[in-house]
Design a protein around this ligand. Structure first.
Ligand SMILES: [Zn+2]
Length: 162
């Protein structure tokens, strides 16, 4: 399945995911979070594991690079190590687990910056606590956004016919 078809499926799924989230929770903000998470699947998709030129031509990473220089180039090279770590249509395409590999991969960057700052003598504890205090009251938003992304990735997996 090509990247355009995957993108269309994600765009169709996003409002459905939002309606289901609102219908089950009664909170419209959770529906928005789920839809945003689902739409994030347009750029944080399983095909970030593509490592050959032919595979990349179909992938969102390639389209990002062409569409939005220099952010697209940064995005392209940000995911290059991921494409080397995960073979195309391997673990990165497994529903839920594949999504988690990409989220952990993305989390490594800010964590790496914090660790690097701590080694340079900066006290990162207040900043880390501030972030945690900001996020903690609404962890449900993050949970619903991740669920939306999982829906997008699962559609991708189903359409790939793996
Ligand atoms: Zn794929």
């Amino acid at each position: 399945m090509n990247g355009r078809a995957h993108g269309m499926a994600t765009k169709v799924a996003a409002p459905v995911v939002a309606v289901v989230a609102v219908a089950t929770t009664g909170e419209w903000l959770l529906g928005v979070a789920a839809a945003i998470g689902c739409l994030a699947g347009l750029i944080i998709d399983p095909d970030l594991d593509c490592n050959s030129t032919l595979q990349l031509m179909n992938a969102s990473r390639w389209r990002m690079m062409r569409a939005s220089w220099p952010i697209g180039y940064l995005w392209f090279f940000l995911w290059w190590p991921y494409s080397q770590l995960f073979p195309h249509r391997g673990l990165s395409h497994v529903p839920v687990l594949g999504t988690l590999t990409r989220l952990v991969y993305l989390a490594v960057i800010p964590l790496g910056i914090l660790v690097a700052l701590s080694f340079t003598g900066h006290n990162i504890t207040p900043a880390a606590l501030d972030i945690w205090m900001l996020v903690r009251p609404r962890l449900d938003l993050i949970f619903f956004a991740v669920c939306g992304l999982i829906v997008s990735d699962t559609l991708h997996w189903a359409m790939d016919g793996i």
